[in-house]
Design a protein around this ligand. Structure first.
Ligand SMILES: NC(=O)c1ccc[n+]([C@@H]2O[C@H](COP(=O)([O-])OP(=O)(O)OC[C@H]3O[C@@H](n4cnc5c(N)ncnc54)[C@H](OP(=O)(O)O)[C@@H]3O)[C@@H](O)[C@H]2O)c1
Length: 441
């Protein structure tokens, strides 16, 4: 049986339901609907009680209500979203087309309703499913006061996830790339512009940033970001996101004091605080990249030998690359709530033993190789490497590792995340197993 579809009488103001990332706007929008159009709401109540329940309970609740047996992750009703789309693409999206897009993008679209020309929907599991959609089928509904986003370091490990998430959410993305960079950037279709840049030149950065609302820095050399901030200020950019995407350098003094962070991320955080009256900023704190670290064998090395620190039971926040993209989008959709502070997200909080146990569960017979160490020994070895000066990068990675699993470092922000605000959902046990399974040899 298909989803219920009801034509709710005459044309109304334009209401369109959009994805999970709209969650934060939900309360405002539904409040608007209730206040501005009680008559419409009364009609919805009568003919589509499931939609009425969802709209009204979502209005007052941070967590989404349950309907029809599944948790609703995505419901938003936005005035003028269709108009926005029209302006952006010069083609009006009919209700039929919008529905087709939704159906294509979500295997689990359960319910929707039409109001004459207008459409409201409850879409279960939309956001994760959207990763499989060809770009042409993705919806372009714009939901933020920011429109134009420049990103530095758009290629590499994390960059593509940021660019894809920003494009999916309807932002106009401009990519900055190093002049004479070693590889030509392979960027998704839809990137507005690619600008080769000398990151040491504030004037060329300033000219590249003209007209941009947001500058996301994702370059690996954290300490070199001052010219990027200066240029963002000179170009009147409204929000700067420094290259963070890792451990809690903002609050945890022990982490911030490690050689891997004190001259880079920490200095840049202090610089941003100093410049807080000229530009707003947000640090996105993610913990380890869950999937990337499994792939390269950083958290646990499923193809090689895992260095297990202490008893291996220390939990740490970890985030999927795709969820980091969503977190950045969430920040830009909630400028006020995320202004001049660090936001904390996680897809799962996991210890090394948790990961090894999951690997054994999903692949019976798998036997991980382990090398036991302690926080004290690990730190001693890392400082020794640094002192020798031969393998500084490697020593720095060891300090990062220590800040995650070492005793006394605050690396687990379970229960105090910004997940709900930014539209991040923690992985269920089966989802987590699916992720780990991909990396067990
Ligand atoms: N938490 C974790 O588990 C974890 C893991 C990895 C990374 N991270 C963090 O995530 C952020 C991005 O790291 P990543 O691994 O994605 O970076 P990456 O792949 O090493 O570099 C990203 C891009 O930055 C540009 N780039 C490289 N070197 C540069 C330089 N010296 N100056 C300016 N641009 C440069 C390159 O793009 P172009 O060639 O286009 O210029 C490169 O593709 C960093 O803050 C990093 O610390 C965290």
């Amino acid at each position: 049986m298909g989803p219920p579809q009801v034509d709710l009488l005459a044309p109304q103001p334009t209401y369109v339901a959009v994805g999970k990332f709209a969650l934060g706007m939900l309360k405002d929008i539904t409040k608007n609907l209730v206040e501005k159009d009680p008559e419409l709401l009364a009609r919805i109540k009568e003919s589509e009680p499931w939609l009425f329940d969802a709209v009204t309970s979502a209005r007052d609740s941070k967590t989404m209500p349950h309907t029809g047996g599944g948790q609703i992750e995505t419901l938003a009703v936005e005035e003028q979203a269709v108009t926005t789309h029209k302006q952006r693409s010069n083609s009006h999206l009919s209700v039929e087309k919008q529905l087709a897009v939704w159906k294509q993008s979500s295997a689990t679209l359960k319910r929707y309703a039409c109001y004459g020309k207008h459409l409201a929907a409850i879409d279960i599991g939309f956001h994760r499913a959207s990763e499989k959609i060809p770009r042409s089928g993705r919806q372009q509904v714009f939901m933020s006061s920011y429109k134009k986003v420049a990103i530095a370091g758009a290629t590499g490990n994390l960059g593509p996830s940021l660019v894809n998430a920003l494009l999916d959410a309807g932002f106009e993305v401009t990519v900055l790339t190093r002049v004479g960079g070693s590889k030509p950037p392979s960027l998704p279709q839809g990137v507005s512009k690619v600008i080769p840049i000398d990151y040491t030149s504030v004037s060329s950065l300033t000219s590249a940033l003209q007209g941009q609302d947001v500058f996301v820095s994702n370059i690996p050399n954290h300490g070199d970001q001052k010219p990027l901030i200066d240029a963002a200020i000179a170009a009147d950019v409204k929000r700067f996101l420094p290259s963070e995407f890792g451990m809690d350098v903002m609050r945890d003094v022990k982490t911030a004091a490690l050689p891997a962070f004190k001259d880079g991320k920490k200095v840049i955080q202090e610089y941003l605080k100093e410049k807080g009256d000229k530009i707003t900023w947000t640090c996105v704190v993610t913990g380890l990249f869950l999937d990337w670290c499994l792939d390269v064998g950083f958290s646990v090395d499923l193809k090689g030998t895992t260095r297990v620190i202490d008893d291996g039971n220390k939990k740490a926040s970890t985030t999927l690359l795709s969820d980091i993209g969503k977190a950045v989008v969430g920040v830009l959709q909630h400028p006020e709530e995320t202004k001049n502070r660090a936001v904390y997200v996680q897809s799962a909080s996991l210890s090394q033993n948790d990961l090894l146990e999951i690997a054994k569960k999903v692949k019976p017979g798998f036997s991980p190789k382990i090398q036991q160490t302690s926080t004290a020994q690990f730190e001693y070895d890392a400082y020794a490497k640094l002192k020798k000066g031969e393998d500084v990068d490697n020593a720095m990675m060891d300090f990062v590792f220590e800040s995650v699993f070492g005793e006394g470092f605050a690396s687990d922000w379970s229960g105090e995340t910004d997940n709900a605000l930014l539209g991040i959902k923690e992985l269920s046990e089966p989802e987590l197993e699916e992720v780990v399974k991909r990396y067990v040899p």
